[in-house]
Design a binder for this molecule. Structure first.
Ligand code: GAL
Length: 829
């Protein structure tokens, strides 16, 4: 009880004090935006009344229209093995991100007083070449669009009526994927007293971690006016997830120091892991002459991560492998504009698949993503660059590397080094020059910066020139050698590299379109089809890549493989391989999940292998093939069960069992690969099944031969009605929360009509607004933000946004001949 009262008083004091000593304001509303370059817009008196009103985060290019000539790039993509240049359309998504955009906003800095208070402005990311002015005076410049950066604006800010102006400029040929455009991440204003913890000013390290105890060290930087007199004290309490103070420590000095270090022991700590993402908070209060001057909170987790040569990776002493995915930063139909709920939904879908790790390819993530990974339990590889100072794209990061790389890397590490989810830094992806001494030295120097800023985490990078990087010793000097694809090199690298472990930092690049099936079903490399799609049978990949099963086999057969990051979890805008020169196609087909967030068949293959304690029993393809009667139409089943029997209209097609004998060594021939032999280890495939309309049924058996589950797929009749299902029934009335509503067209018995392509019209009323829609078709040129969209393979996803008042949000989707589907959602404070 005593503890409770003390804590209660501590909180009351904290809340009262924090209202005065530190405020953070999200600058999200009241922005004006223009695409016309007008230097006079820096002036506070400039009239921006005619500019568009927007809310930040904002991506000016996500609204389209799509255009095959936008950022047309005449290039040879040498990383993909191309030697001749050719015109690439859609490489950056075919969206209008190039050019200049201006943003202006007016804000009050309540509580700011010149002299005794400080103010900073923090951009979580701005795409790109950000120039910032406050009240007509230039504040600073930052070129890299993905990096978080901040400026001390104390010399420029006033308590009332400030005018902030930001000019952004995106160059053509600056990216290999859709970068987004504008203030696509949050902008935060912070006001503190003149003695305060600066932005990203703490570092928590945990050591001697066990289930019995852990040591925690908190290093806090302190910013104070030069020559300030007064006794200094910092009091830090460690709070558990329930808000109980479980440890405390203080440090005092006769004058304000530049930094202070406090140490704590935690008995019986709750260790952070993907299964149990437990978080603690260190809440520090700073005093000068007993006057409270700052209150700063650092969230952290207690965990250990060790990578042991020839043994593998261990989290809290237990073996673990990355079952990870790489993701670009865009959110499909929302463009690059960050939204916490949209990220959370992605992670929920990945979690259910059994994914335990995310690689932020190929750049710094939004802080919301890192926070969610902390909370939901994903390990993260946070990556800094796709280019060093040699170009992959003419106007890429190579223009900035020499001057900015260290500053950008430092920001990334300081921002995320207290996050429990972050387990590894990556200093680059497939940079040119891996085979050279210069490349090796750059890697060494970047790794040294990472170690200086954070001595606790290993550093890796994505190596595609494995032999070159081994010859130059680049692979050997890294903490962890990460390979992008290149499975045939794994055993050699393990045998020759000092680390004696191998990480699949990027794997698979299997390509498929949801619900599209091509015949005959054969393994294909860089295969192009007339419909500009890739086969949903999951047998197609790029010339440099492979199928999911190939990575599963390597990870399963070799304990020294510490896991993989599949390219990619979600489809993303841009990089429409293999249709880079064949418009229309504006988004990738690498995703396990499509651009709308609907799982492809492949999702269930990963789920069956990565999440084996949950039942997966998934049949493909659909069974509505008018015109294919009597033709060979292979049936695949993805299941966690070892065996299954297939029935077509009641006739058994035989029982199949996964063939565990198909090891890497046994299947390492072209013949085995052509015959899909390795796939028999992870999929059940009835290659000779013939189509006849009706019902296919699969019965799954466990190890003891007992029938444990069954599924059926029916031939669909005519499209009958629209079925709507929302991911959640209740939203927060905060103006930011989203609901994702899946629309499916079904026959009168509820079977999905797999070829339905009707155009649906949407109406949203009540307590929210329509935001965007997508159907996952990479060839579809409809604009995401318009309240209509056609179905792709019978489905699409519409997104609605909660307003700021509670009430009912009503969403309707309608199409000629199908009537209307309706959902109602609660929006509440
Ligand atoms: C990799 C590259 C990724 C993406 C992928 C497509 O080589 O790192 O960014 O381009 O290929 O397969």
């Amino acid at each position: 009880m005593k503890n409770f009262i003390a804590l209660f008083l501590f909180f009351c004091a904290t809340i009262a004090a924090s209202a005065q000593i530190r405020t953070e304001i999200l600058l999200e509303k009241n922005w004006k935006f223009s695409r016309t370059d007008q230097p006079e817009a820096v002036g506070p008196d400039f009239d921006d009344a005619a500019w568009q009103s927007v809310r930040v985060p904002h991506d000016w290019a996500a609204y389209g229209p799509f255009d095959g000539n936008a950022d047309l790039q005449n290039v040879a993509i040498t990383q993909d093995g191309e030697t001749q240049a050719s015109m690439k359309s859609g490489r950056t998504g075919g969206l209008p991100f190039i050019g200049v955009g201006w943003y202006r906003t007016r804000f009050d800095a309540g509580g700011f007083e010149p002299g005794s208070r400080r103010a900073s402005i923090c951009f979580d990311g701005a795409m790109s070449n950000a120039r910032v002015w406050l009240n007509g005076r230039e504040v600073g410049f930052r070129p890299y669009g993905y990096n978080s950066f901040w400026f001390d604006i104390s010399p420029f800010v006033k308590e009332r009526d400030n005018v902030l102006a930001v000019r952004l400029e995106n160059l053509p040929e600056s990216s290999r994927w859709y970068p987004g455009a504008g203030l696509y991440r949050n902008v935060r204003l912070r006001i503190t007293s003149d003695v305060h913890v600066p932005v990203w000013g703490t570092r928590v390290t945990t050591s001697r971690v066990s289930e019995q105890s852990a040591e925690v060290e908190l290093h806090t930087e302190i910013s104070a006016p030069a020559g300030l007199k007064g006794a200094f004290r910092i009091v830090t309490k460690i709070l558990d997830a329930g808000g109980n103070a479980i440890a405390s420590a203080s440090y005092g000095a006769g004058a304000v120091p530049e930094s202070a270090t406090t140490r704590f022991s935690i008995a019986n700590p709750h260790l952070w892991s993907p299964e149990s993402p437990y978080l603690y908070r260190a809440v520090s209060e700073l005093f000068v002459d007993d006057r409270s001057v700052d209150l700063y909170e650092t969230r952290f987790g207690v965990r250990s991560l060790e990578i042991i040569p020839n043994k593998g990776m261990f989290l809290n002493g237990k073996p673990v492998k990355f079952r990870g995915v790489c993701n670009h930063h865009d959110l499909g139909p929302l463009g690059a504009a960050v939204n916490r709920r949209a990220l959370q939904r992605q992670l929920e879908i990945l979690k259910d698949m059994g994914c335990n790790a995310i690689r932020t390819a190929h750049n710094m993530p939004a802080p919301e993503l890192v926070e969610l990974c902390d909370e939901m339990g994903f390990m993260m590889m946070v990556e800094a660059f796709d280019e060093w100072n040699t170009a992959k794209c003419r106007n890429g990061y190579n223009l900035y590397f020499d001057q900015w790389a260290e500053k950008d890397l430092v920001n990334m590490i300081r921002q995320f080094r207290n996050n429990a989810s972050v387990v590894m830094w990556s200093i680059g992806n497939e940079v040119p020059g891996q085979h050279t001494a210069k490349g090796m030295r750059t890697a060494r120097d970047l790794q040294a910066i990472c170690h200086r800023e954070d001595p606790t985490r290993p550093v890796t990078m994505g190596i595609d020139n494995v032999q070159g990087a081994m010859n130059s010793h680049m692979a050997a000097i890294l903490d962890v050698a990460g390979f992008t694809y290149r499975l045939p090199f794994y055993r050699k690298a393990y045998a020759e590299l000092p680390q004696e472990i191998v990480l699949g930092s990027e794997t698979a690049s299997t390509i498929s379109s949801r619900g599209v099936y091509h015949f005959p079903v054969v393994r294909g490399s860089n295969k192009m089809h007339e419909d500009n799609q890739c086969s949903g049978y999951d047998v197609e990949h790029c010339s440099w890549s492979n199928l999911p099963d190939d990575d599963f086999a390597h990870q399963d057969d070799y304990p020294w493989c510490i896991g993989e990051f599949v390219w990619t979890g979600f489809d993303y805008l841009g990089e429409p391989t293999p249709y880079g020169s064949k418009w229309p196609n504006h988004s990738s087909m690498f995703g396990i999940i499509d651009l709308a967030g609907i799982p492809k068949d492949r999702y269930y293959l990963y789920r069956s292998h990565w999440n084996p304690s949950e039942e997966t029993l998934h049949i493909l393809p659909h069974w509505t093939w008018p015109g294919r009667e009597g033709q060979t139409t292979p049936v695949f089943v993805y299941t966690n069960h070892p065996s299954a029997e297939l029935f077509i209209n009641g006739k058994s097609q035989g029982k199949l069992t996964k063939d565990k004998g198909m090891t890497v060594e046994r299947t390492d021939t072209k013949e085995a690969s052509d015959q899909l032999l390795r796939l028999r280890r992870y999929r059940l495939m009835w290659m000779d099944a013939k189509y006849e309309p009706g019902t296919i049924k699969v019965v799954a058996y466990n190890e003891r031969g007992e029938a444990v589950a069954e599924r059926e797929v029916h031939t669909a009749g005519r499209p009958h009605h629209i079925e709507l299902s929302a991911d959640r029934t209740s939203l927060a009335a905060d103006g930011r929360d989203l609901a994702f509503i899946t629309a499916r067209v079904v026959d009168s018995r509820g079977n999905l009509c797999p070829d339905a392509s009707h155009s649906l019209r949407f109406k949203t009323s009540g307590a929210g607004t329509f935001e965007a829609a997508a159907n996952g078709d990479p060839t579809n040129l409809e604009q995401f933000h318009l309240p209509r969209m056609s179905l792709f393979k019978g489905q699409l996803v519409a997104i609605v946004r909660a307003g700021e008042r509670s009430g009912t949000l009503r969403f309707e989707a309608e199409a000629a001949g199908l009537g209307k589907g309706t959902v109602e959602l609660k929006v509440q404070d």
